[in-house]
Design a binder for this molecule. Structure first.
Ligand code: ARG
Length: 592
């Protein structure tokens, strides 16, 4: 990999090397911060305003200049417009900030795009796939729990959303320098596993179990539940007895359950791999054991339990969260009891600085109850727990049937995409592994559709819209990336950093490279909203800026120096677009 330091290019523009970093800024990795630091330092010196504030209030300018600071929040007293005019008059322009002018209460700064373009390109050239990363989370640990399907029940749309949003959050924290533990908390415990075991005795088939455990267990579960509904059926009693054996640690009962669990995990892993999703830990409700006993003991000691008809609950009416039942009168525990125990065990094990639960909004109350109980128990880490929720998807069924299995959804997506690809026989023939490509585009389609709006919004699973190459869809994004790759492939020379940066002088080049310079800030800011749509919007802005550049800034049939500079610019855009796609959990394609 060719390396060059900023300023290493002989054809380059003159750089300012002694930029003072404002605390919290990162002028080494974030090119825009260089400009912001230069502005903030001078404005603070001239006005006496806090350096942090001067830096923090810099925003994209509207109308005049490129970057602006509104005067009122600097709290200088007096007339803001007069201050703006005064500070701008005293501001000394330099190579980077060429002009300062007041616009009402705003101080507006014009930046030199030629130097910005050069610095952005040089930085991206050095950083490549790590461009956009920062070290803000250094030394901090986050546990991200997501996906968490229930064994023997369908993997529904809510689980799919949790899976892809959760993986995005894990990627986002990694990019921000955190140590991330990804965890799948399987629904793998409770009386239904007694029912399933009884069902397996009757309807189970070893071969089918090995072939597709998730589907087979679901079929068995549906059948036995039907039987259980018949009059006089003793299946529920038997199931309770069976589950009691499991809770008592009866090896025989546990062996069967363990087999169901293990085989299901093997299958899940395959599917997750297709989605570019990986878990460090496969935990689950079944894995919470002594933590739960300790939880109940602690609740008791803290006087938090109220008895009602032999059952135990925590009264949360004062918090307007109703009551939370933590133990039934037969002594068995519940979903929330296991969650309390699990949280305690996780804190002891990971000493996390943050724990994120990626779970549908339907469980808002459950998680509020959980966090409130942990807080009442006196755990100061309760405030480190966060629920990232999301709305419902309607109409997600396979194209043929109604039962939802993630596998079938992905198989359908792949097939649909494969059909679209075959319509262009010539292109299709050039693709080495069309099935794989179809899968990758299909997965991009599913993810972009899901990530297009704010998380809390419900949406309708729409096959046709999702696969369209027009509009802001997954296939379009893949296409934009593949097209950038093809420009590189087809160029008569290879990409080089040794170009004349002053040749990138058109507005389209400035716009595209300004966007590229915003990527590190985008990564940083999205940590606050944890909204994948922010990254989706950004990725499409890049794709659109690229296509605006295509119209005018050709590489073919140009003089060599111009062609070289432009090819380098497209290379830069390709890296940034690829990084945005990877953050979304999408594998950028080189050909399609
Ligand atoms: N298995 C649950 C379900 O499918 C989701 C688990 C969410 N996580 C948690 N810690 N409660 O509804």
């Amino acid at each position: 990999i060719p390396q060059s330091n900023a300023g290493g290019s002989s054809k380059g523009l003159k750089e300012i090397t002694d930029i003072k970093a404002v605390p919290g800024s990162d002028p080494v990795n974030n090119v825009l911060d260089k400009f912001k630091c230069l502005i903030a330092t001078q404005v603070s010196e001239i006005s006496g305003a806090d350096l942090d504030k001067c830096f923090g209030f810099i925003e994209a300018a509207k109308g005049v200049g490129d970057l602006a600071i509104p005067v009122p929040p600097l709290k200088l007293g007096g007339n803001p417009s007069a201050h703006a005019a005064d500070i701008c008059a005293k501001f000394q322009p330099n190579n980077y900030i060429t002009k300062a002018e007041a616009n009402g209460i705003f101080m507006c700064f014009t930046i030199d795009h030629a130097i910005l373009n050069q610095l952005v390109i040089q930085t991206i050239w050095n950083k490549r796939e790590s461009y956009g990363e920062n070290v803000l989370g250094k030394g901090k640990k986050v546990v991200v729990e997501f996906s968490s399907p229930n064994i023997a029940k369908p993997f529904h749309a809510g689980h799919l959303r949790s899976t892809i949003i959760g993986a995005f959050i894990a990627n986002l924290y990694k990019m921000n320098g955190w140590d991330v533990v990804t965890m799948n908390y399987l629904g793998d415990w409770g009386k239904q596993y007694g029912i399933l075991a009884i069902g397996f005795e009757k309807y189970g088939n070893e071969e089918k179990l090995l072939e597709d455990p998730i589907k087979h267990l679901y079929d068995v579960y549906v059948q036995i539940n039907k039987d259980a509904e018949e009059e006089g059926s003793d299946i529920h009693d038997k199931a309770r007895a069976y589950f009691k054996r499991m809770e008592d640690g009866d090896e025989e009962a546990l062996n069967l359950w363990r087999k169901f669990r293990d085989l299901s995990i093997v299958k899940y892993k395959e599917t997750y791999a297709r989605l570019n999703v990986h878990f460090d830990v496969y935990s689950g409700e079944s894995q919470v054991t002594e933590g739960m006993d300790r939880a109940l003991k602690k609740l008791h000691e803290q006087n938090l339990l109220v008895e009602s008809d032999g059952a135990l609950m925590v009264d949360l009416k004062r918090e307007k969260l109703n009551v939370a039942l933590v133990q039934k009168k037969d002594g068995t525990t519940l979903y929330i009891t296991r969650d309390i125990g699990a949280a305690m065990e996780r804190y002891e094990k990971y000493k996390f600085d943050k724990m994120i639960y990626v779970v549908a909004s339907q469980q808002d109350l459950h998680l509020k109850q959980l966090f409130t109980i942990l807080d009442k128990m006196g755990y100061d880490w309760a405030k480190k727990c966060e629920h990232v929720n999301f709305g419902m998807v309607t109409g997600m069924s396979t194209r043929k049937g109604t039962a939802v299995f993630l596998d079938q959804i992905l198989a359908d997506t792949k097939e649909s995409m494969h059909n679209v690809m075959q319509q262009n026989a010539q292109k299709y023939a050039q693709i080495e592994d069309p099935e794989q490509v179809a899968d990758d585009i299909g997965i991009a389609a599913v993810k972009i559709q899901d990530f297009a709006a704010k998380r809390v919004k419900n949406y309708d699973f729409n096959w046709n819209r999702m696969f369209s190459f027009e509009g802001d869809t997954g296939p379009y994004l893949q296409y934009a990336h593949a097209r950038l790759c093809s420009v590189e492939r087809n160029a008569p020379f290879s990409v080089t950093l040794d170009v004349d940066f002053t040749l990138l002088k058109e507005k389209e080049a400035d716009d595209l490279l300004l966007l590229c310079s915003q990527w590190p800030d985008q990564v940083k800011q999205t940590l606050k909203s944890v909204e994948p749509c922010n990254i989706v919007i950004y990725a499409f802005k890049v794709a659109h800026a690229v296509s605006a550049a295509w119209e005018k800034l050709w590489v073919v049939n140009q003089e060599r120096p111009i062609a070289e500079a432009r090819l380098l610019m497209y290379w830069t855009a390709r890296v940034v677009l690829g990084n945005a796609m990877r953050l979304l959990g999408i594998k950028p394609l080189e050909r399609m």
